[in-house]
Ligand binder design. Structure first.
Ligand code: NAD
Length: 507
């Protein structure tokens, strides 16, 4: 999150420096400022990423503006076919990109492979534009007068992405935006830039898109603020922490752009006494400790109702203790490192804070020494006897830390969940249809799982939360993406030689 920006390098000349991609070429950024890109499992230096300047962004926006008129005239089916090719290239490179993600970000290789699978699914969904971009029409809105609504691309879109899904989150935006006929400028996370470098290189090598249709500008705050302010950018998609989401939302809106800003989360999982315990435990383990808790859909508060507590918590501790913590490239590892040693220290201090607030640390992941000493590791941690007023129950920790809160009734559980300032994802575990229905109806969250721990919607449904987890109205991917990346023009027409019409067109 914004508190965990990597430190600036003094002078590392023996590692390669990443380049931007502007107007169909990889180009050096016009900056002397760079950050280290490190492997969180080992601390090794992988590359240096430039902190590009406003001038670098301007070059990218200009290239995108120049490419737009021709790209929007390219037949829709042709744009869709480019997505078929991109899909195939990603499938063929899935393992390679997944390895880069694991090295750069830390999540385990199977998790990274699944992430690239989700990115591929986005491209598949975007390739449906010849159908999904269709407008609406109605004959005879008045005598011999017809009305047609067309969806049209708008221009240049910008996307600003977080570290935790370096392949998937940019693909929430790039394929939909480009398939709709827009051109695009991406700013990946400066902490994990390698996956997008690889994807842009693939697209470049295939000569898949005309120069300027997609552009990549590495960097941090200066590029983000430039994207918000730049008059050549029509709309902005942001994903990251709630604080920065608000900054981006307000700044982009002030500049007259359409904007969708997906922010942080504190996701609750409610377990009812009738839940199927072994399956529930499996789901909670994946949800809370997968990607070391660094998912916006991670379950971070377990709300047990009545007798569920004593059925689920001992089984959960036993299962979490068995998870192997280590380098995500190794087979059998269940929990990789946090993205950086700064984030490791922040997550450890959250566990200290929970203990100081009165939580019972029934599983403690603070001490990862031995083989894991050089990396950014925190083991699975469970805080029991947490109460709703504690900060560990309210604020996003973004690490493998699960807080357990006991309540007596479903009503109390819903009240607790809805008292959160966030409303991203939430899950309920029960075998009662009536309880599940009540929960999905009354729970203030944009994405709900019933007996599913990470209920991130598939590409053809919209993804996003409510409240402080999201600012804007159109969510990411699914049908919302087509609405976000197009504007509508409605044509009302009549032809005098084709018979009678009224004097006014409404007659
Ligand atoms: P972050 O907010 O620190 O960074 C996100 C982007 O904003 C990065 O590209 C970064 O360069 C930029 N940025 C950071 N600080 C900035 C500042 N002060 N001014 C301008 N730009 C700035 O988030 P992160 O640590 O990369 O990602 C983790 C966060 O993202 C978590 O809060 C997580 O919940 C959230 N997230 C949300 C979703 C969702 O769908 N709601 C999905 C993934 C991640």
């Amino acid at each position: 999150m914004s508190t965990a920006m990597p430190t600036r390098t003094a002078d590392a000349t023996d590692v390669r420096t990443l380049r931007n991609y502007v107007g169909g070429q990889f180009v050096e950024a016009a900056t002397n400022e760079h950050l280290d890109v490190t492997e969180p499992a080992t601390g090794a230096l992988l590359a240096r990423v430039p902190l590009s300047s406003a001038a670098d962004l301007d070059d990218a926006v200009r290239a995108a503006q120049e490419a737009f008129p021709k790209w929007r005239r390219t037949p829709t089916i042709e744009r869709a076919r480019r997505m078929f090719t991109l899909r195939q290239a990603l499938v063929e490179n899935q393992e390679r990109i997944a390895r880069l993600i694991t090295q750069d970000m830390g999540k385990t290789l199977p998790d990274a492979f699944a992430e690239v699978g989700r990115a591929i699914e986005m491209v598949e969904c975007a390739s449906a534009v010849p159908t999904t971009m269709q407008g609406r029409n109605l004959e005879n809105v008045a005598t011999n007068v017809d009305c047609e609504t067309y969806r049209q691309p708008i221009g240049v879109f910008g996307a600003i992405c977080p570290f935790n899904f370096p392949a998937m989150v940019p693909m929430w935006f790039l394929p939909f935006s480009v398939a709709c006929g827009n051109t695009f400028v991406l700013k990946p996370s400066e902490q994990v830039p390698l996956a997008q470098e690889a994807i842009f290189q693939l697209i470049h090598d295939l000569e898949l898109l005309p120069p300027g249709v997609i552009n990549l500008v590495n960097g941090g705050r200066e590029v983000v603020e430039g994207i918000c302010d730049h008059p050549g950018i029509a709309g902005v998609s942001f994903v990251g922490s709630a604080t920065v989401a608000k900054l981006v939302y307000e700044r982009s809106a002030r500049a007259g752009k359409r904007v969708q800003a997906l922010g942080g989360a504190k996701n609750h999982m409610v377990v009812m006494p009738d839940a199927v315990i072994d399956k529930t435990v499996e789901n909670i383990i994946g949800s809370s400790f997968g990607a070391a808790g660094q998912r916006c859909m991670a379950g971070s508060v377990l709300v047990t109702v009545g007798s569920a507590h004593d059925r689920v918590v001992p089984a959960l501790i036993a299962a979490a203790e068995k998870l192997r913590v280590g380098n995500g490239l190794e087979k059998g590892v269940g929990v990789g490192p946090l993205v950086s040693s700064e984030r490791r220290d922040i997550v450890r201090s959250w566990i200290d804070k929970g203990a100081a607030e009165g939580a019972n640390v029934v599983l403690d992941g603070r001490d990862e020494s031995g083989d894991n000493a050089a990396g950014a590791f925190v083991g699975p941690t469970i805080l029991d006897d947490v109460t709703a007023d504690m900060e560990v129950a309210r604020e996003e920790i973004f690490g493998p830390v699960l807080s357990v809160v006991k309540v007596e009734t479903l009503d109390e559980a819903i009240e607790l969940v809805n008292s959160s300032r966030y409303g991203n994802g939430s899950s309920i575990f029960t075998e009662s249809g009536a309880v599940a229905r009540r929960y999905r109806h009354d729970c203030d969250a944009g994405m709900i799982g019933v007996n599913i721990g990470v209920a991130a919607p598939v590409a053809f449904f919209p993804f996003s939360g409510w409240k402080d987890s999201f600012l804007g109205d159109l969510h990411a991917h699914g049908g919302d993406a087509i609405d976000f990346y197009t504007r509508k023009t409605t044509v009302t027409s009549r032809w005098y030689s084709d018979g009678e019409t009224g004097k006014f067109f409404v007659e």
